[in-house]
Ligand binder design. Sequence first.
Ligand code: FAD
Ligand code: MLT
Ligand code: ZN
Length: 470
Amino acid sequence: MNDLISQLQSLVGAAHVLVGGDLSAYELDWRRRQHGKAFAVVRPASTAEVAAVVRACAAAGTPIVPQGGNTGMVVGSTPDTSGTQVVLSLQRMQAVRDLDSANLTVTVEAGCVLQSLQERAREAGLLFPLSLAAEGSCTIGGNLATNAGGTQVLRYGNTRDLCLGIEVVTPQGETWEGLSGLRKDNTGYDLRDLFIGSEGTLGVITAATLKLYPLPAATLTAWAAVPTMEAAVQLLTMARRKLGAGLTGFEVMGQFALSLVARHYPQMRVPFVQDSPWCVLLENADHESEEHARAQFESLLEAALEAGCATDAVVAENIAQARQLWHVRESIPLAQAEEGLNIKHDISLPISSIPAFCAETDARLVREIPGVRLVNFGHLGDGNLHYNVQAPEGGDAVAFLREREHAVNDLVHRQVARFKGSISAEHGVGSLKVDSLPTYKSAVALSMMRAVKRALDPANLMNPGKVLRL
Ligand code: FAD
Ligand code: MLT
Ligand code: ZN
């Protein structure tokens, strides 16, 4: 084993092989659900170095856990507790290799932080639309590996839809340079799409070619109080009709989720939180002008108030106000973390079923799990709810999770299956949901997934124990 350490040191430099000391930034997941123990943390600076590290680990039979910003929600990016797994951090690989304005593409290394890429695109007068609250620290490699969603999916799609090509180091340490910027290429199986969403279990993504878009002339944000989840869905239907492709964001937030923001960040102004069981944040991006976008928004909100699907509404006057509204929404996961350990359900459902799902599942949870607190928010425009559960007020969250997590997950996941939804809309499977997957995914699908994993990674060295058990 010490041979491997010295080999890794000679490949990437001793300063970039971390052993011992406080490695919690790499070993502890964002949600503090599991503190693993790494054999070493290795930080290569180039694709060639990644390939050499992977070859050395493969020869030693040492498993690898690829890691970007370590912001994942399902304990996918941290090692297990055995002390035998190498964490391969892509954080030093941040270069933007190429930006092609005419082709509307950018080629970027996997460790590039999402926000840096957004800024780089904006400097070129273009838009990279992926957006999520972790954008200041999550990386493009992690976004691709989890097929991240975020707040612009209803207009631009998930990360998969934004990717035209990738570069991958295989579990054997070979490099596949698939950085095509082509929008059409039907030359066989789509290997790119196999790696997107594979959560580090099939290889290491080292770079990608991604789509860019023209910047809209104006982007406006509105916040509406809505009386019920049915009303929120009705408002979504109206917004789609009236705004068309201009509708770029539609987020729903339950009163308790917002009250956690008000409680933990009292300096923030949370509109309508006392007055309404639900709030909705809408975004309208317009390619004509701000006046046009504002007139469209005002007409939509007037119609919504008249129809009773909104009880109050405001359109942000300027960019600073819009940012404040988004900041409230994006602070919900952080406020929830401040409130204590919690159970997350990142679920998707047919949008039409969401009101009935919530009514039934809320009632069952409240009845069957005494004192339970529901933190419900999410990307309603994509049919994706973060249907989360917080321990009873003042209770011992660790004990609550130990005693109740299984029952809570079982209840919610069965309800999701009953309404024909998915138990993971955007966060992935990681190790948190690996044992639930066989209950909710068809045996045929799982057997094809295992066949792919065995074909590409026969020694099971790439992020073992995540997504699938072999
Ligand atoms: P990591 O957490 O480091 O890794 C995630 C997974 O990808 C792991 O399985 C890891 O092994 C693998 N991986 C990482 N890099 C590579 C690579 N280069 N090659 C191969 N595999 C790799 N997610 C959403 O989808 N939508 C949201 O709205 C959203 N909001 C969030 C808000 C907050 C506050 C936080 C903390 C997280 C949020 N997330 C969200 C979850 C998370 O940020 C995303 O999943 C993100 O894409 C992970 O990127 P990362 O670089 O941190 O990856
Ligand atoms: C979000 O939409 O804010 C995230 O996916 C994070 C979460 O679910 O907590
Ligand atoms: Zn989300």
